[in-house]
Design a protein around this ligand. Structure first.
Ligand code: HSE
Length: 302
């Protein structure tokens, strides 16, 4: 039996659109084993919307993996225990891709390295900001061209807390990308490149007082705000309650605030969110600096 545990991820973190991402302490667990033929998909925990047919993303990723290594795919049973909510901007698709690659690697005994899986995952997703931290943990900064991806991983201090505010409505990445402009003013490009660089450098040095400025964005958040009621009001309110920085998680609609004083912040933000029309849940998470883990017959492989 193969067991894979994959963390949720937050992408962009404000200005790092399609480049910067970080793994969070929330997980999907997937079990897989070879069966005689065909496939079986069991959802033990998670949304009732998760497909159990051949469109299941873990299954299609395993199939893709076998196509790439030019071997016939064996029958497989997949059991999913999902905690990462779907279509909320917390990397649930990337988690499926990472689980599928690890399962394909283990089932076929291919022994691709994590580094090779990082490259494959980025190519499948098309941008590296969720799959890279899901595989490696920490915060990653990645850039890719047609056939290569270069990245740096930063271990994030575990005493920084992330207030993850998840609404009861969903937002598809496709819709959230469709509202973005094809071109932006030079001024906005400069605004973002300066902040993305400051964000990466500040996370290395631990200068978290820079984050309020370093997590600002002009490439996607202003456009996506139209799809997320009260988005900037919540971000600004979080800063009033002491958040060091706050941003839209991935394509949204989840919002994340970086905080130090967990108890006071949680109470104040929960009261504020309760006053809004939509239902928002707050979860206090930390970074996951290790990334996905794989067990084969209960032995931890990596
Ligand atoms: N960087 C991506 C986006 C993350 O913001 O659209 C979601 O796939």
């Amino acid at each position: 039996m193969i067991k894979v545990k994959v963390p949720a991820t937050t992408a962009n973190m404000g200005p790092g659109f399609d480049s910067i991402g970080m793994a969070l302490s929330m997980y999907n667990i997937v079990y897989a084993e070879e069966i005689e033929q065909g496939f079986e998909i069991v959802i033990q925990q998670g949304s009732t919307q998760i497909p159990t047919d051949e469109t299941n993303l873990i299954y299609t990723t395993i199939k893709h993996f076998y196509n790439n290594i030019r071997k016939p795919m064996p029958g497989v049973r997949i059991i999913q225990q999902d905690s990462i909510p779907h279509t909320r901007g917390l990397g649930s698709s990337a988690a499926c891709i990472v689980a599928g690659l690890h399962i394909g690697n283990a089932l076929s005994q291919s022994f691709f390295s994590k580094e090779e899986l990082v490259q494959m995952a980025a190519q499948i997703e098309g941008h590296p900001d969720n799959t890279t931290p899901a595989l490696l943990g920490g915060m990653t900064i990645g850039a890719m061209n047609a056939n290569d991806m270069k990245y740096v991983k930063i271990n994030v201090a575990e005493n920084i807390h992330f207030a993850v505010m998840i609404p009861d409505f969903i937002l598809s990445t496709e819709l959230a990308r469709s509202v973005l402009p094809k071109e932006v003013p030079l001024e906005d490009a400069v605004f973002n490149s300066s902040r993305a660089a400051l964000l990466a450098a500040s996370m290395i040095t631990g200068d978290i007082d820079n984050l309020s400025l370093a997590m600002e964005d002009r490439l996607h958040e202003p456009y996506r705000a139209k799809l997320i009621p009260n988005m900037f009001e919540i971000i600004n309110q979080a800063k009033c309650y002491g958040a060091k920085g706050a941003f839209l998680s991935g394509a949204g609609p989840t919002l994340i605030a970086v905080i130090k004083n967990v108890v006071a912040f949680r109470k104040e933000i929960a009261e504020y969110l309760n006053s809004l029309d939509d239902d928002w849940q707050v979860q206090m998470l930390q970074v996951d600096n290790e990334g996905a883990k794989v067990w084969i017959n209960e032995e931890l492989k990596y």
